[in-house]
Design a protein around this ligand. Structure first.
Ligand code: SF4
Length: 415
């Protein structure tokens, strides 16, 4: 490998990391350097989680330790057979970069992943060494998210959990069939075994902290994973089902969905075009429905087109579900239970909480609902208020057109 400056390496390895979507720094513990102890903080002013227009988090130093890899996953730009410029940081270089970026207030933390060099254990040792040195040698208290390697020695994965706020193991593809075809060196049972072990370690760490305040923290922001969408033939229904299994079995904080991006000199087994970014967005909305709105995965899957298994792109999955199950509507905002109110398109969790607390004192009218939602037109056909009852609206054949967001002509030269 040619001798590269740290700046050259940074250019290559930050660019190589952009394909990883799983880097939101939410949900960790409060930790700071107030009182002159240590450096960094996970809280307070100055910590913000910025997202680029394509949804990726940009507030962390997000890099790979190396983009060299002994594996040959078809969808990955860093695969062994890819003809990209390679670079590799030493653990010390990553530590120095993180500290200097932090001191300049460029970042709030570090997101570190890596291609596999030498062996899974050797790579994991290097990743852990970065986090160890930041925490133990420099008393770094900022956020650290480490990608862990499923095949690595469990003791190393455990060490990652002791130093990091969040750890993640990518399931990569929604189906085992897809994984076998596109990442033949990876194995779903091994990935799930590692996620299960991490889940148990996080739970044990939480139990120990509840019993003894002095017990060390273990991955307080939990574990997450990422699925690539659109590289194989998995439908949205398959993806929703897989995500719900992962949440249930491994207590994941987040499943990230990353629309497959065609890469230079892509393998012939990959599709030529990336899926619409809107597909990724609809999957995030489905995820939200399962986590905060009480939908079962099979209910979300019912919003998909039965012929293709795909969620509609022009309307959100909650509206698609409501249009399909019109017999459940209209819902009376002054009487209906919380779980039915949450099913009304256009009513979010905050709006439903406001309805529940207000209706204890008085009857809600349609004008009250209009103040709680972005589009009262979207809500009207699905609810009854003190002065509003939709007349035959929910039976209307063209209801979908009536409640769908209007298509907008995009400006060719808009900024
Ligand atoms: S193991 Fe990771 S870095 Fe290596 S080719 Fe597969 S996805 Fe890419």
């Amino acid at each position: 490998m040619a001798q590269l400056s740290v700046q050259d390496k940074l250019g290559i390895l930050a660019d190589a990391a952009k394909y990883d979507a799983s880097c939101a720094s939410s949900g960790t513990v409060k930790r700071n350097s107030a009182g002159g102890k240590g450096i960094g903080s996970t809280e307070g002013m100055g910590i913000c989680h910025a997202y680029a227009p394509d949804g990726r988090c940009i507030s962390l130093l997000k890099i790979l330790l190396t983009n060299s890899c002994i594996f040959d996953c078809h969808y990955c730009i860093n695969r062994k057979s890819s003809n990209v410029r390679r670079a590799r940081f030493t653990a010390k270089e990553v530590v120095d970069l993180t500290l200097s970026f932090y001191r300049r207030n460029y970042i709030e933390g570090l997101f570190l992943s890596s291609g596999i060099i030498g062996s899974s254990d050797y790579t994991m040792e290097q990743i852990v060494e970065v986090a160890r040195a930041l925490r133990e040698d420099h008393d770094f208290r900022g956020y650290i998210h480490l990608k862990t390697i499923p095949d690595a020695d469990p003791a190393l994965v455990e060490a990652a959990g002791r130093h990091a706020d969040r750890v993640s193991i990518n399931v990569e593809l929604p189906t085992e069939r897809g994984l076998k075809r596109l990442a033949p060196e990876k194995s779903q049972p091994r990935i799930e075994g590692a996620m299960g072990a991490m889940h148990r370690a996080i739970e044990d760490g939480g139990d120990a902290r509840r019993r003894y305040r002095s017990a060390p923290r273990f991955a307080p922001a939990g574990q997450s994973t990422q699925m690539i969408v659109g590289a194989d033939s998995a439908t949205d229904g398959d993806i929703v089902l897989r995500a719900s299994q992962l949440y249930g079995r491994f207590g994941l904080r987040r499943v990230y969905y990353s629309a497959f991006s065609p890469i230079p000199e892509a393998s012939a087994v990959l599709p030529l075009q990336r899926p619409p970014l809107m597909r990724e967005h609809r999957l995030y909305q489905s995820d939200w429905l399962m986590r905060f709105y009480g939908y079962r995965p099979d209910e979300v899957a019912e919003a998909a087109d039965p012929a293709t298994g795909m969620l509609p792109l022009d309307i959100d999955p909650k509206l698609a579900w409501a249009l399909k199950f019109r017999d459940r509507f209209p819902v009376d905002v002054n009487r209906a239970p919380r779980e039915m109110l949450l099913r009304v398109p256009g009513l979010g969790v905050k709006a439903v909480n406001a309805i529940l607390s207000t209706r204890r004192w008085r009857q809600l009218r349609i004008a009250d609902i209009a103040r709680l939602t972005v589009s009262v037109n979207k809500v009207r056909p699905f609810l009854i208020a003190a002065d509003w009852r939709p007349v035959m609206l929910s039976d209307q054949a063209d209801l979908r057109r009536f409640v769908s967001p209007r298509a907008e002509q995009l400006e060719l030269f808009a900024a």
